[in-house]
Ligand binder design. Structure first.
Ligand code: GLU
Length: 160
């Protein structure tokens, strides 16, 4: 049982996100990470405890008022730094965090690899990021619309 925290507002996001992750620690997890938007999008993540993420961030510029954070309980891919969430899109302009399992991730992964996407992790989650990115690029859809479309496409692909 992993956890997700998100913040958008006028305050500094990072302390709020890390505080949220600490509150979710009772649920159990194997790694933790955060994505912060401030001009560019930065992802910081590590295997281990939220306190390890605290240490990783010490002294870094984490100025941002928009962010997402995650504690992972690995289902696809071993618990390590690379498989920890968030996962960047291939352009690194977006990042995704996700709880749960993509049952048909293998067929989706093969399809996306044929389209040229290079997977960095062993997670099922990464297919969601590239599928959304692919829809935005090729069907010229905005993010919210692409998220809705990818739900339909996932169902289509599972039937093939
Ligand atoms: N299935 C995803 C993974 O293995 C998410 C696991 C979770 O819910 O934390 O990365």
């Amino acid at each position: 049982m992993c956890g997700i925290v998100a913040y958008i507002g006028k305050k500094q996001a990072c302390p709020i996100l890390l505080g949220g992750l600490h509150r979710l620690e009772y649920r159990g997890y194997d790694s933790a990470g955060v994505a912060l938007l401030n001009g560019s999008l930065k992802v910081f993540k590590t295997k281990g405890k939220v306190s390890d993420l605290d240490e990783l961030l010490e002294g870094l510029d984490v100025t941002s008022t928009i962010g997402i954070a995650h504690t992972r309980w690995a289902t696809h891919g071993e618990p390590n730094d690379v498989n920890a969430h968030p996962h960047y899109s291939s352009t690194e302009k977006m990042a995704i965090i996700h709880n749960g399992i993509i049952e048909n991730y293998n067929v989706l992964k093969q399809e996306l690899q044929q389209r040229g996407y290079v997977f960095r992790s062993d997670t099922d989650t990464e297919v969601l990021m590239y599928l959304i990115e692919d829809i935005m690029t090729h069907e010229k859809q905005a993010l919210a619309e692409a998220v809705r479309t990818h739900n339909h496409q996932m169902q289509y692909l599972i039937r093939q």
